[in-house]
Ligand binder design. Structure first.
Ligand code: ZN
Length: 221
């Protein structure tokens, strides 16, 4: 195997950095599927990027912001595909974990557990209204993180609104919401339940994760 040149590694680092910024911007907008997808696109560049950071920027443990995004948002969004991609990536690029100084395999295992927890919570959410109600004053941080993502994505609502203590949530599966295709931006309005899983976009024809923008007054075709 030939060694990559400094210029090549620097290019990988620029790619990785640009994608990290893009993923973090999507995260701030609450476009979590998009944040995950951008983060996954960064995987082929991380090895070179961290080599550059270690060697030429003298960073002892280069940070891995895009992997962090996958670990945070794949579980609440049931993106097992994303965790599987990271699994393969870590097995193929062992140097990344070594350079990071982190136990990435443990973080991946934790994310998989969290995905299981999210599935169990979701079963409760689908079971009735009000749906999630904990008698415990404090839930684990893990469950709280899942609920936060669901709430910010508009999948569940806190009742009463803004209540700091009562962790009661409800879904409004049949309420109309506005959403846009994450591939072509095509806007659609439909009951929320239509957007919970990927569906075929009528405009671009691709399988799309529709990003929920907010409530709508009525459903349009
Ligand atoms: Zn589309």
């Amino acid at each position: 195997m030939t060694m990559a040149t400094k210029g090549e590694l620097e290019w990988e680092r620029r790619q990785c950095h640009a994608m990290a910024l893009e993923a973090l911007a999507a995260e701030r907008e609450g476009a979590y599927h998009q944040a995950i997808d951008v983060a996954l696109r960064s995987l082929p560049h991380i090895d070179g990027a961290t080599q550059f950071e270690r060697k030429f920027m003298k960073m002892e443990n280069p940070p891995l912001p895009t992997l962090g995004i996958v670990f945070r948002y794949a579980p609440p969004l049931f993106r097992q595909d994303a965790l599987d991609r990271v699994d393969v990536f870590l097995a193929e690029r062992r140097g990344v974990e070594k350079r990071s100084g982190q136990d990435l395999k443990a973080q991946l295992a934790e994310a998989r557990q969290l995905l299981d927890t999210a599935y169990r919570l979701w079963q409760q959410v689908r079971g009735g209204t009000p749906i999630l109600e904990s008698r415990e004053p404090l839930k684990s941080d893990r469950v709280y993180a899942i609920e936060q993502v669901w709430e910010r994505s508009g999948l569940i609502e806190r009742i009463p609104p803004g209540s700091p203590k009562k962790w009661a949530f409800r879904t409004q599966f049949n309420a109309p919401v506005r959403a846009k295709c994450n591939r072509c931006g095509h806007p659609r309005t439909a009951p929320k339940v239509a957007f919970l899983e990927e569906s075929r976009c009528p405009k671009c024809g691709g399988m799309a994760a529709f990003v929920i923008l907010g409530p709508a007054s009525k459903v349009t075709p």
